[in-house]
Design a protein around this ligand. Structure first.
Ligand code: SAH
Ligand code: SF4
Length: 391
């Protein structure tokens, strides 16, 4: 584990808003507000859009086709800031994790989120957060032990992609500062997953607007088919997400019986398994080429029996599905344990025999607490330490 950066800026409130996170119309409105004539608005906003999101520039002076006086005007009113990096860590397996500070809403002292990058041979996956903390409290999830501080803004969500691209040298013509453990692919971030902190469907509008920027051909240019939203099962929002954002979908299923799922994923008490699966069957665009991923965390002695596996196969019948078995990632203070390896294999054999490719997701970045479900802000951890020290 190496420290990439450890910057401790005094928390300065930016008076100038960042253009990062603005939609196309939002950008036009801002330009109008600073006095750009109506007839130039479309052209100027589209030029600026490409610089901000297509090239990822961080200095207005690099906007070559924008007149000098307008560049000066822009930098007087706006910034191109991304969320501030507090620390960057790199795991022995190449996984990177950035702890980011975002302005507090005044209620809480901790306003930090985490973004994780997982390189593989020919792909790189960026795992981004949608909220600070989470209102839900899935019993096996570390984030679930932290209360919700607030929703992230579109700028803070899209900004996570942008700062990762800064760090990885993943803009056209740019180069990474640290080239080891990067994939062979032309782009270093090939996939985006909304699987960091938070329940993305409880921050619907901001996540949708950020994904529109991620998806824009003249913007960040990530295909919808390579963006996956993971939800614990906010049933009423699932079809709306399909219609308005149209990304791939992952469902945190984790149990095949309502009594157990009520306990592990408490939102199940509101939206039980049958309703959740019905929403999946009706997900816009679902097909064999666009399957829904079902995530299933392997908890020893809890949900990992052969009969659970058979029930899983039965439940998913008729839904174009992929199954992701996730070994449980322990965190300090949890009572759960990860299933034994031979149990995971037995489970996955049953699922495989039913025709599902069910890759067992190898945990990555465990040494830097970057694995699924381990994300929780450092200041929250610190406050626990402080509390212990005060005893
Ligand atoms: N809130 C969303 C997305 C974030 S969690 C959701 O719940 O889907 C991303 C995935 O990690 C979910 O499938 C979640 O259930 C899983 N997860 C949470 N804690 C975990 C842990 N300790 N070990 C393994 N997976 C975990
Ligand atoms: Fe929230 Fe997802 Fe963790 Fe559940 S698993 S507490 S929904 S982040």
């Amino acid at each position: 584990m190496t420290e990439l950066a450890s910057i401790n800026h005094a928390s300065t409130q930016h008076v100038r808003p960042s253009l990062v996170g603005q939609s196309r119309t939002g950008l036009q409105d801002l330009l109008k507000d600073i006095g750009i004539p109506e007839r130039q608005l479309r052209m100027r906003s589209s030029q600026i859009w490409r610089w901000v999101y297509g090239h990822g520039i961080r200095d207005f002076d690099l906007m070559e086709n924008v007149p000098k006086d307008l560049r000066a005007e822009l930098s007087q009113h706006f910034t191109l800031d991304r969320p501030e990096i507090v620390t960057g860590q790199k795991s022995s397996d190449g996984t990177r994790k950035w702890l980011l500070r975002v302005p507090s809403n005044g209620v809480a002292r901790s306003s930090e989120i985490e973004t994780v990058y997982i390189p593989e041979e020919n792909r790189g996956t960026l795992c981004i957060s949608s909220q600070i903390g989470c209102t839900l409290s899935c019993t096996f999830c570390h984030t679930g032990t932290q209360r919700l501080v607030r929703n992230l803004t579109p700028g803070e969500i899209a900004g996570q992609i942008m700062l990762a691209r800064d760090e990885l040298g993943d803009w056209p013509g740019a180069e990474a500062a640290q080239k080891e453990n990067l994939p062979d692919s032309e782009r270093k971030i090939t996939n985006i997953v909304l699987m960091g902190m938070g329940e993305p469907l409880y921050n619907f509008d901001a996540v949708r607007d950020a994904m529109a920027i991620a998806n824009d051909n003249e913007g960040l240019s990530h295909s919808r088919r390579r963006i996956t939203l993971s939800t614990s099962g906010v049933v009423p929002e699932i079809s709306r997400w399909g219609e308005e954002a149209g990304t791939m979908l992952a469902i945190s299923l984790h149990a095949v019986r309502d009594d157990l799922r009520d306990e592990l994923v408490p939102i199940n008490r509101k939206f039980p398994i049958a309703e959740l699966l019905e929403a999946c069957r009706n997900y816009p665009g679902v097909s064999n080429a666009r399957r829904i991923t079902f995530e299933y965390v392997m908890l020893k002695g809890i949900n990992d029996s052969a009969s659970d596996a058979r029930e899983l196969v039965r439940l998913l019948k008729g839904i174009p599905a992929k199954i992701n078995l996730i070994p449980f990632n322990p965190w300090p203070g949890t009572d759960y344990e990860c299933s034994d390896w031979d149990q995971i294999e037995k489970f996955s054999d049953i699922v495989n025999r039913a025709g599902y490719a069910s890759p067992v997701r190898t945990p990555r970045g465990r040494d830097i607490m970057a694995a699924c479900g381990q994300l929780k802000s450092a200041s929250e951890r610190l406050s626990v330490k402080e509390r212990t020290a005060a005893k």
